[in-house]
Write a protein that binds this ligand. Structure first.
Ligand code: FRU
Length: 490
């Protein structure tokens, strides 16, 4: 039976996009090679999946305003993870379990899997005031473009004994011949990932708590993602502490599918920046585990909102388990955007040296510092620096504290603050920084993705200087390479 309520809601959303998208394209702060919605608000990436050879990205979407509202699933696809084609909206609120009157409701976060030829979305229907307010639902598509909500939704109609009314963000994957689902929840002040198992994606049996907070890892777990990596399993969590969303972390551990228990080993912050939340992964046909995060955070100042849009995704990063930690490597497909290669080799900096008066703001930069030939204990770089030096984004390396700091207190009109990550000199005496800059973002990968810092910055257009400085002593720069990056939004 055709669900006209859903079709009508989708059509309305698509008309809104058609109406607004050309104006938004020209709006200030638009990024050049990061994924953004055509208009309106986006948050979490959803339903990352490869289907018939193409990558699909869905996302939490409110097309009608630049702030959060009743959630739709926006949709795009890509052949290379770099160039994205916007597709019609996949899900819109339309049913008693995902739609309501004036309060918060919608198709909340979730995931996608391919079952035979079908693309299946698994999401949380949320309606403020319903009891229970959050249930798990599915929608299917034969062509990867139009989705029908399952008539017998919800497929999980209530939260389990170990959970609570906060019961959302299903992530589904296949292990051997069964489907597994982790859902974020909480109870007794502890964030939890509860586990379900199914043969057909429609009937789900509750297995128990796969993992929960050790008491310090948050009292509500949003967007859990659990997947195999090498011979271990990795759990990603976006934790809340009270109503405050904190930095997502990863846990390396072991999964016992019979018992349904993930035993936690080491855990670390995934990204030390302010603007990284709700990451999700997919596995592709090359066997790569690729993660994309929301490059923004709840309750922050978003200067683009005044122009009718907000939110973007990070660049796709491959997750690699290496040296006992999870490293993040920007996918090599991004290299096709490089042009205008510049390289400087072997030089020393004392105090402050301008490397480039007009660094291309949309670019990739790789800097290799040689610590064997460095006596400065505190040194760094300035990005998007104004001529008078007042506006700047500083990356500071503190060898004594073994810390790397991104300081955006003078970065322009966005949020301020400093992000700190632990930093170690590599066994070969080097420290390597790889920086992806876009018009209003910086993603910093330290030592081949051991640590990452992602921040949005909003400098003036003419703040383009690129400097290296020390606070006493000298630093030896082994090499600097840089490329201008092309826009993917033609
Ligand atoms: C995470 C989150 C999810 C929820 C969605 C709502 O950012 O709060 O838990 O499903 O956003 O848009």
């Amino acid at each position: 039976m055709v669900n006209t309520k859903h079709l009508t809601a989708l059509q309305k959303a698509n008309e809104e996009i058609a109406d607004k998208k050309d104006n938004i394209k020209e709006s200030p702060y638009r990024l050049k090679y990061h994924f953004m919605a055509p208009t309106g608000w986006i948050n979490d990436p959803n339903g990352l999946v490869q289907y018939k050879g193409e990558y699909h990205l869905f996302y939490q979407f409110y097309p009608y305003a630049s702030s959060w509202g009743p959630m739709h699933w926006g949709h795009a696809k890509s052949k290379d993870l770099v160039h994205w084609e916007h597709l019609p909206v996949a899900l819109a609120p339309s049913e008693s379990y995902d739609s309501g009157d004036v309060k918060g409701y919608g198709c909340f976060s979730g995931s996608a899997v391919v079952d035979n030829e079908e693309l299946v979305l698994i999401y949380t229907g949320h309606v403020d005031g319903n009891s229970p307010q959050q249930v798990q639902c599915i929608a299917t598509s034969q062509d990867g473009i139009s989705f029908e909500k399952y008539e017998q939704n919800p497929v999980i109609a209530d939260f389990p004994v170990d959970g609570s009314k906060d019961f959302r963000d299903p992530k589904v994957w296949k292990h051997e011949d069964k489907w597994y689902m982790v859902v974020g929840s909480n109870k007794d002040g502890k964030g939890k990932a509860v586990l379900y198992v199914s043969d057909d994606l429609k009937h789900w049996d509750y297995k128990g708590v796969a993992a929960e907070s050790n008491g310090t890892q948050g009292d509500m777990w949003e967007c859990p993602d659990l997947f195999p990596l090498n011979h271990s399993h990795v759990l990603l969590v976006s934790p809340m502490y009270g109503t405050q969303n904190e930095k997502p972390f990863y846990v390396i551990g072991d999964m016992d599918y019979d018992k349904g228990i993930f035993t936690q080993g080491i855990y670390r912050t995934l990204d030390y920046g302010f603007d990284f939340y709700a990451p999700q992964t997919l596995i592709d046909d090359k066997g790569r585990r690729i993660m994309i995060g929301w490059m923004e955070k709840w309750l922050t100042k978003m200067p683009s909102q005044q122009f009718g849009w907000a939110g973007a995704m990070t660049i796709p990063r491959e997750l690699i388990l290496e040296d006992g930690i999870v490293k993040q490597k920007p996918v090599p497909e991004l290299a096709q955007l490089r042009s205008d290669y510049k390289r400087l080799d072997g030089f020393e900096v004392a105090e402050r040296t301008t490397i480039n008066e007009s660094q291309e703001p949309v670019s990739e930069i790789i800097i290799d510092f040689d610590m064997n030939e460095t006596d400065a204990a505190l040194f760094g770089i300035q990005l998007r620096c104004s001529e008078d030096g007042k506006q700047r984004t500083e990356i500071l390396l503190d060898l004594d504290q073994k810390e790397i700091i991104m300081d955006r207190n003078n970065s322009g009109c966005g949020e301020k603050g400093t992000s700190k990550a632990p930093m170690a000199v590599r066994p070969n005496g080097r420290i390597n920084l790889r920086i992806f800059m876009d018009t209003t973002s910086v993603e910093l990968f330290v030592n081949d993705g051991e640590q990452v810092i992602t921040n949005r910055i909003y400098p003036d257009d003419n703040s383009t200087q690129f400097n290296i400085f020390t606070k006493g002593g000298k630093v030896r720069v082994n090499s600097i390479e840089s490329w201008k990056f092309d826009s993917v939004w033609k």
